[in-house]
Design a protein around this ligand. Structure first.
Ligand code: FAD
Ligand code: NAI
Length: 475
């Protein structure tokens, strides 16, 4: 087997495996190294996203949503069920099978594209003439030489000080996705994306869920009007969210976990739960890289320092995805991976960071791209806003899913779309139209004049665009 490569990618998450495939498509001889192990100790490429992130969380969100629909909403359709039960082991088994399909899919794609895969930990050994020596530690240790190196080592969950993850009672996302029985009382620290998604899964299955959030504002990065609407829906569902708290001591015992905290009024409180998920953000993975061997510059968070084009301080060394600045999202990592491979090939890969969409896969889903109303106000940009509620959309009514709205923000002078914000059914799919429109610098009038199928949720997008000019047709 060859040990010399044009490109060596360290990490096979969405940033790394996509970079490896794109580089191979461009004619390079590519190796990709990843250390993730499946339950049998074998390779499990796909990174956080595939193994303990995007994919398994969406599998559990779907199972739990099916359960909630069957229990709470099938009756409205005249469907009656008796003795409805959730077998958590089957749900987790299905989730594991979905993950494995994705792992296998990536191994297949590596073969198809002639990417050589190494299972183990990759680290910098030293710089050599025209490249870098990379050591692979694992079942089959190897030393590789690459002319270009792409670091795509991702991120890991941040623990609360003094409360390390034991994955039994204090859980990171890893443990949160493998809970074996519905906890009666579930606590979450952090009402960010993981807090809301994981809180939703277990609430739907019957847990009493309490989320403790340090910030005084709910979903501060989300458009205020959208966040308010989402909060209303979560309150109605019984997801208890306490804002402005200061978490103190966290004690895990035989009977569960006790969290001491001060509430927003600075009153001392305790929360007793059977399991606690800590979702307070993530830290870049650079400890195993031996960055100092080659002088690769890291930032204060342990992230690899890069410029807008993902170039590090070293010639021929690039970094993409969660291990660098910017949003920790799989599609952002992928776009950077493609752009870097193309730059190595002398092309002009490009990522528009303003057009990276966000989706929170709760019910209702929350999705947005571009600027929020509060950002436009802060930047003193003159804009016009248009909203359309799903309540006024025929398809949403037929679905029985009418919570939320689509909101457009357009430049007051040029009418160029500056941001689109959705809370409601299928927001994750609807946001794609906004991304396309904004990539082509469309105006709200452009969307308002495009024929959308009836009845469809996407008519709400067209109507919100019409609302910018105060001429909705169905509201
Ligand atoms: P990772 O996916 O973290 O992959 C890095 C890989 O490198 C891992 O396999 C790791 O084992 C390996 N590695 C690290 N160091 C080494 C080394 N020295 N040698 C060899 N291998 C190494 N994002 C979305 O866009 N949508 C979602 O719905 C979504 N849901 C999420 C849900 C959860 C619960 C979590 C935790 C995250 C979610 N994310 C989601 C975020 C998403 O998972 C990350 O943004 C994405 O995985 C980042 O990709 P990456 O390639 O940079 O890193
Ligand atoms: P997050 O950054 O989304 O949210 C963390 C929350 O914890 C914040 O609201 C923060 O104020 C709060 N917090 C921080 N320290 C705290 C403390 N000591 N006490 C109480 N609250 C505290 O991080 P999260 O949820 O851990 O997810 C990590 C990242 O993974 C996300 O930012 C996102 O990039 C990615 N992700 C994406 C998903 C998606 O795209 N649907 C789903 C899940 C994760």
């Amino acid at each position: 087997m060859s040990t010399s490569f044009d490109v060596i990618v360290i990490g096979a998450g969405p940033g790394g495996y996509i970079a490896a495939i794109r580089a191979a498509q461009l004619g390079f001889n590519v190796a990709c190294i990843d250390e993730w192990k499946n339950a049998a100790g074998g390779p499990a490429p796909g990174g956080t996203c595939t193994n303990v992130g995007c994919i398994p969380s969406k599998a559990l969100l779907q199972s739990s949503e099916n359960f909630e629909q069957a229990g709470k909403h099938f009756g409205e359709h005249g469907i009656s069920l008796s003795n409805l039960k959730m077998d958590v082991a089957t749900m987790i088994g299905r989730k594991d099978a979905v993950v494995k399909q994705n792992n296998d899919g990536i191994l297949y794609l590596f073969k198809k594209n002639k990417v050589t895969f190494f299972h183990g930990r990759g680290s910098f050994a030293r710089a050599v003439d025209g490249g870098y020596k990379i050591a692979v530690a694992g079942d089959k240790p190897a030393t590789l030489v690459g002319k270009q190196i792409i670091v795509a080592t991702g991120s890991s969950a941040r623990a609360l000080p003094g409360a390390p993850f034991d994955e039994q009672s204090i859980l990171s996302n890893d443990g949160a996705l493998a809970i074996g029985a519905v906890p009666r009382r579930l606590g979450l620290i952090g009402s960010g994306v993981i807090g809301l998604e994981m809180g939703s899964v277990w609430r739907r299955l019957g847990s009493e869920v309490t989320v403790l959030e340090a910030l005084p504002t709910f979903l501060g990065a989300v458009d205020e009007q959208i966040a308010k609407e989402a909060r209303k829906a979560f309150d109605k569902q019984g997801l208890k969210i306490e804002l402005g708290v200061k978490v103190g001591e966290v004690k895990a015992g035989k009977k569960g976990v006790t969290v001491s905290y001060a509430n927003a009024k600075d009153e001392a409180q305790t929360l007793e739960v059977d399991k606690l998920i800590v979702s307070i953000g993530r830290v870049p993975n650079t400890t195993g890289l031996n960055a100092e061997a080659v002088g690769l510059k890291l930032g204060e968070r342990g992230d690899v320092l890069v410029d807008d084009d993902c170039r590090t301080n070293l010639p021929g060394v690039w970094a993409v995805g969660d291990v660098v600045r910017g949003p920790m999202l799989a599609h952002k990592a992928e776009e950077e991976g493609v752009a870097v491979a193309e730059r190595i090939a002398g092309q002009h890969g490009h990522v528009d960071f303003n057009l990276v969409p966000w989706v929170i896969y709760t019910h209702p889903e929350i999705a947005w791209v571009g600027q929020t109303e509060q950002q436009l106000k802060a930047a003193d940009v003159k804009y016009r806003a248009g909203t359309f509620p799903f309540m006024a959309n025929g398809r949403a009514r037929a679905l029985g899913d009418t919570t939320g709205m689509v909101k457009f923000l357009a430049d007051a002078a040029s009418d160029e779309i500056l941001g689109v914000h959705i809370v409601g059914p299928q927001a994750s799919e609807l946001i794609a139209e906004a991304c396309v429109a904004m990539a082509f610098r469309a105006s709200s009038e452009d969307i308002a004049r495009i024929c959308h199928a009836h009845p469809s949720l996407s008519e709400s997008t067209k109507e919100a665009a019409l609302a910018v000019d105060k001429r909705t047709l169905n509201f």
